[in-house]
Structure formats: C-alpha cells, structure tokens
Design a protein around this ligand. Sequence first.
Ligand SMILES: C[S@@+](CC[C@H](N)C(=O)[O-])C[C@H]1O[C@@H](n2cnc3c(N)ncnc32)[C@H](O)[C@@H]1O
Length: 248
Amino acid sequence: MNNFKYESLIKTISEQINLPDNAVIADLGCKDASFLLAFQKAFPVKIKSAIGVDITDKWFKNVEYQKPVKLKVMNCSEKLKFKDNTFDFVFSKDMFECVPDKDLLISEIHRILKPDGVVICVNCDWESVAYNGENKELIAKAVHTYAVTKQPWMDDLDSWIGRRMYGFFNKSKLFESSVYVHNVVETEYEEGTFGYDLSMDVGWLYKENTGALCKEEYDEFIDNLKSAQENGSYIFSKPYYIYKGIKL
Ligand SMILES: C[S@@+](CC[C@H](N)C(=O)[O-])C[C@H]1O[C@@H](n2cnc3c(N)ncnc32)[C@H](O)[C@@H]1O
C-alpha cells in the first residue's frame, strides 16, 4: 500500500486518539497492517502491543513487522478470540461492510475494549464517490455498479456503509458516539492516486463477467477520466466517515 496516499487520513485519525502509556491496540480486518504500522509510527513510545487480525493471511507474507506488532488470522464475523477488557484502542477500516451481523461485532468490540477504551471505524461511503467527466450517466453507472456488486471475498456489502456506521454503533447505546468526515479530493488522474486505483478496480466488473458493466462501457468510462485530465477538469472525491466511540 502507498502510505503517502493515506497520510492525511492517518493524521486525521491519529488526532482523534489519545493513547495511554503501554497501550494495547487492535486493527480488525488489517490486510497488510499498513494502518497498524502507521499508528506505531505516529505513537512510537506509547504502544506496548499492536495486534492485527484478518480473515486471511495472504497479505501478511510481504509485511515487514516486528514486536510489538503481531498478526493473526481471525474471522470478525464470529465471536472475537480476545479476552474481555483487553484493548485501549480498536481500529477497523473498510471491513465492517463485509460482516453480516454488525450488532454482534459491535458488542464484541465493546467487550474487548477496556473501560473508557476507544473504537475508531473508518468507512468509505462508496456510493458518494464522485468523478468529473463528460458522460454523467456512464460515470454514475460505473461508480454505482462497483459500489453495489458483491466481490467473492465479501460476506456482505453495503454501499452506504460510511453514512450508516454512526447509527449502527450509536443505537447500541454501548458507546459515546461522534462522527467526522475526511474527504479525499484529487485533481490529477495518474497512477497511485485513489481515483486512478479505483478506476482500475472498476475493471473487475467486466473482467469477471458480472454483467454490471460491459467492456465497452468500462473503456468509455476510462476515456472520460483521461479526457477530463487532459482538458483540466478532472476531479475525484471520496468521503471517509470516521466513527469514534468511547466505551460506556
Ligand atoms: C477493503 S479491505 C481493507 C483493509 C484495511 N483495513 C485497509 O483499509 O487497508 C477489507 C479487509 O477486511 C478483511 N475481511 C473481510 N471480512 C473479514 C472478516 N469476516 N474477518 C476479518 N477480516 C475480514 C479482508 O480480508 C480485507 O483484508
């Protein structure tokens, strides 16, 4: 993962956390542990233990990590294999939408947090992603179909997950809740940007024959973005909802 791309998001999240000394932290659905390693960098002397879990270890292999970071395979759709009152801080980004029983996961996060522990869940609101380009209907279709088409590794999918997170947690009455939105805005369509990478991911829709978008539509979508870049009108915008809960 290109950490530079996430620098401003990591900074915004880090400003919401006030870790105690000897903090024990977890990242649920950590993938390649980029965020866990970024927190370790942001709070170099505070963290005693940082545990990343994911349903698969396929991204762990290329990660260079050492104590206090540990990575484990764990399915967050089930009861979490952690003791009560273990963590000062639980983090999860773009994983909640894959979990069918969100109430169970929320009560599990509450259980594993220490008293006054903090949870931060960051979720892109996929249906609010915006590109500028000539063909409005086609661009809207590409964004929408990608947002609502379930990929094989997902147990569940909700393209409105960003805007829904606050309600999921707040109605549980287990946390003192607040929410912020961090919006990524880009004006260059080039490799390594969020907008470019997402446009490549959208190609999955035709490559896997999902029926949601055909190759001709995908090619025209990409041409629209390239033309917008050439004529100086390219914009990409992606809102990350940052839910913060303090254990009650
Ligand atoms: C979109 S990726 C986000 C990864 C990382 N949090 C980030 O933002 O860079 C979703 C991650 O959640 C993991 N995941 C999906 N369902 C899961 C589950 N039930 N339990 C644990 N991890 C899960 C996937 O394997 C994947 O690594």
